[in-house]
Design a protein around this ligand. Sequence first.
Ligand SMILES: *Cc1c(COP(=O)(O)O)cnc(C)c1O
Length: 962
Amino acid sequence: MALDTRALADLAAHDDFISRHNGPRSEDVAAMLAVLGEHDFAGLLDKTIPADIRLGRELALEAPKGERETLSYLKSLAKRNKVFKSYIGMGYYDTLMPAVITRNVLENPGWYTAYTPYQPEISQGRLEALLNFQQVIIDFTGMELANASLLDEATAAAEAMALCARANKKARSCNAFFAASDLLPQTLDVLRTRAAYLGFELIIDRPERIQEHQVFGALFGYPAEQGEIHDLRALIELAHAQEAMACVSADLMSLALLEAPGRFKADVVLGNSQRFGVPMGFGGPHAAYFAVSDALKRSIPGRVIGVSRDSQGNQALRMAMQTREQHIRREKATSNICTAQALLANLAGFYAVYHGAEGITRIASRIHRLTHLLAEGLAAKGVTRVNRHYFDTLTVEGLEVEAVRGRALAAGINLRYREDRRIGISLDETTTAQDLQALFDVLLGAEHGLGVAELDRLHRDGHGLPIQALRQSEFLTHPTFKRYRSETEMLRYLKRLENKDLSLAHAMIPLGSCTMKLNATTEMIPVTWPEFADIHPFAPRDQVSGYLQLIDELSHALLEVTGYDALSMQPNSGAQGEYAGLVAIRRYQAAQDQGHRDVCLIPSSAHGTNPASAAMAQMKVVVVECDSLGNIDIDDLRAKAEQHAERLSAIMLTYPSTHGVFEARVREACEIVHAQGGQVYIDGANMNAQVGLCRPGDFGGDVSHLNLHKTFCIPHGGGGPGMGPIGVKAHLAPYLPNHAVTPLEGIEPDSHAVSAAAYGSASILPISWAYIKMMGARGLREATELAILNANYIAKRLDGHFEVLYKGESGRVAHECIIDVRPLKAISGVSEEDIAKRLIDYGFHAPTMSFPVAGTLMIEPTESESRYELDRFCDAMIAIREEISRVESGEWPRDDNPLVNAPHTQRDLSGEWSHPYSRDTACFPSAATRMAKFWPAVNRVDNVFGDRNLVCSCAPIDAYRD
Ligand SMILES: *Cc1c(COP(=O)(O)O)cnc(C)c1O
C-alpha cells in the first residue's frame, strides 16, 4: 500500500508544540500585520532589525520534536543518571518533600509562573509565604531580621563578607577577612573569587587561630565541614575582641538541636535551606538564607518582605526598602541580587509550616540519633573518628578506602571520599535503621557487621552534641506553624494563598524586560523526576552522565543561538552571569598584563544590575549618555572610550536596548570599544528579540549572559529560581568559573567559582533543553518574530491614546515598547503607578514601572500571548486612558477617582460608598471582569508606612484575632 506522505505530515503536525507555545494563530498574524501596514514578516523585520547584523540563515539545530517524543528522549537521558543513596553531605542532603507541597506548589503554575511581587496587591499569597520563610530563619538563627532568600550558600557567604566591609568601621583601616579553613570547600572557592575583586585579603586558617590575624570580619562553619561542632560562643568572642564582625554559616536542620547563633551574638548567620524539603537537584535551585542583627537591618543584601498596611488600614505585605532596590542605587547598590530563589524559599517555608517545631525537632533528633548509633558502632569496632562532636556528619580515618568504595558502589551508596583519605558520612531525614545496617556493612565489611537494634539499646541516652550548645530557645511558636498540620488544613492554606496571587494562569503579565512567556507543562514535568531531583552535585561523574549529556546538548544549542565558542552554566541568575562575565574579562586582561584596565562603560539606560555587577568586579563605572531617540550617543561613547583608553576594560551593552529598540549602530559601538583595547559585554536579557534573527557573538560581543528564566522558559517562580549561563568567545574560555570540588575541563585551575555548584541550578535545565528541542530552529525563529509582532501590534493599538517612546529609525519597536505617562500626569495628576493599580481592577498585572525611564510603563507581551489577550489588554489600557480624560476634564476630582483609588477589593462592594463613581465602575470596569473577576486581596499598599515601621516577621498573634 502506498503511503500518502502529506497525510503523514498532517499527523506529525498534531503534536506540533510550536503552535502551542505561540499565541497568535496564522489568521491573526495576517490581520495583525495588516494593522501595522505590512504585507509579511519580512517587511516588519527589515524595518526593525539592522540589515548588517541579520543572521541570514536558519540556526543549525535539530528539527523540532513533539511533546511526547521530547519527554521520552528526556526520560532516556534521565535513566542514565544513577540515583544512589547519598551520604556525601557537604551542604546537600536528601529530603522528603511533603507530597501536598510538591503537587500544590512546586508542580503548580499558580505558584511557579508568578513574578517577583512588585505589585503587592496581587501578590499577598507569596508575600505571606516568603514572610513565613523569613520567620523560620529568624527563629532558627535567633537573629532579628532575615531576607527572603539569596542564590546559594556560597554566594550568601560572599555577601556576608561584603556586608562586614560596608558595616564595620574597622574595614577602613584593615582589608582582611577571615574564613575558617573548615568551611565547605565550595564556599571557600566562591569567597576567593569575590575577595579578589573586592580587594580583600582572604585569610583561611583554623577557626581558633583568628586571634593570630587582624581582620574586619570572620566566617565560621557551624557545624564545620568535617562535622565538628565548635564552641561558637568562644569563636564569636574572639572575633568581637578585635572588633571584627562574626558571621556563621549554619546548617538549618542542626539548629533544631543546637542553640541559635544569635544567642552567641553572631552578626550574620547564613546557609542553605535545601534540606527543608527541597530536592538536591544536582546542585540547585535552593534558597540560601541570610539573617542579621538589628544593627545591620538596613544594609542587608537581597529582598526583604515587610509588613505594612493598605489604604483602608488593613494589614498588607510588601517588599520592604524598595527604594534601595538595585536599579535605583546602580553602582552604589549593596549587591547585584535581582532574581533570587523565591519559589524555593516558599517550599522551605511550607515544609516548616507543615512540620512545625515538634515535627522538625523530631526529624532532627532522628537524624542525630541514627548518627549517634553509627558513631558508637564504628567506635566499638575501633574506627577512628576525626570530629569529637557531631550532629549528622562523621569523618573517619584509617579505613581501606578502595575496599569501602567498592562495597559502597555495589550497594548503591555514595560516601564522601576526601583527598586526605578520610571518609565523610552525613545522614539525613531519609536515612532509616536498615540504611544504617547497610552503612555498617559497607564501612566495616559484612562479616564484621553490627546489630543496629542492639546498639540502640546500649546507647539509649547518649548523644554527640556539646552540652553547652544544646538548644534552649524556642522556635516556630507563631500560630502559622501550628495550624496547618493536617493535610486538609495544609491544602486549604496553600490554595488560599495561591488564590491571592495573579500568575500567568490568570492573565498576561506584560512586564517589560522580564519576558513572561509560556512555561509549558511538558517542559516542567521532568523537574520532579527522581533521576533529576535526587542527585547530589558532587556525585561521581559516571553516575550523572544523563545530566552531563543534557548540559552538553543545551550548551551547544545556546552557543549556536548566541554565536559564542564556550559556555558556563554556573551563574544562578542574570546578574550572577554579569559578574562571572566581567570577572572572566578581568582574568583575561590580567593574563595579558592588562590588569590595570578597570573602567567599565555603561549606558545611562542600563539595568541596575549592570553597574552593580561592575562595582562588585571592582570596576570604575563611566556612564555613556543616550540621545533623544533612546540610542547610545555614539559620539559620547567614542569620546569616553578615547578618554579612558588606557584603563578601558569593557562596555556593558543591552541589545536590543532597554529602550526596546534594535540600535542601528551596535556594530560600530562594539568596534569603538575594541579599538581601544576593551571587551564587549552584551547583556542577553533581551535575547527574546534576537533568537534566530541575529547573534551577539556575530556583531561584536565577547561575552553575554542569557536569562534562561526569561527567553528560555524557566518560570520566574515569584522571584526565582533563575539561570544566567554565560557564552564567551574562545579567548575568554579559560577564564570561565571553575569549581573546587568538581573541576571543569579547559578552564584555568585558579579561575575560582562564582556559585556553590559547578552547573548552578542544574535541575531546571531540562526546561530550557525541552523548549529548544520542541521548537527547533524554525520554532525559535518564529517565536522571536511573533514576539516582535506582538510588541509592535500593542504599540500600534495604543498609539494615539498614549505616547510611545523610542521607536527605531523606521518607527518600529523590538519586542517591547515604552509608553510615556509623564504628559498625562502633567494634565491629570494620574501617575504610572495609578495606571498600574487600575490595571489590576481590569484583571491584569502592570507592565514594568519607571524602568528604564521614570514615569513610563514598559510593555513586553512575548510571543505566547494570543491576539485575544493582546486586544483585551489594549482595550483595558484604552479604557483607562478614557478614565484619565474624565479626570483631566474635571468630571472626577483629582484626589477621588477610580485611578487614584485603585485597586478596589471585594470589601469595596459593601459598606459606605461616597465616591463620585459607582461600585460597578470601580470593580467591574470591563465585560471580561463581569464574566470572571480576579480580586486583589488588599487595597493600595502604603509603601512609606512600611519602610518607616520596618516589621519583617510574621504579624503578632493579635493580628489573627477578630
Ligand atoms: C532581568 C535583567 C537582568 C538581571 O537578571 P536577573 O536574572 O534578574 O539577575 C539584567 N539585565 C536586564 C536588561 C534584565 O532585564
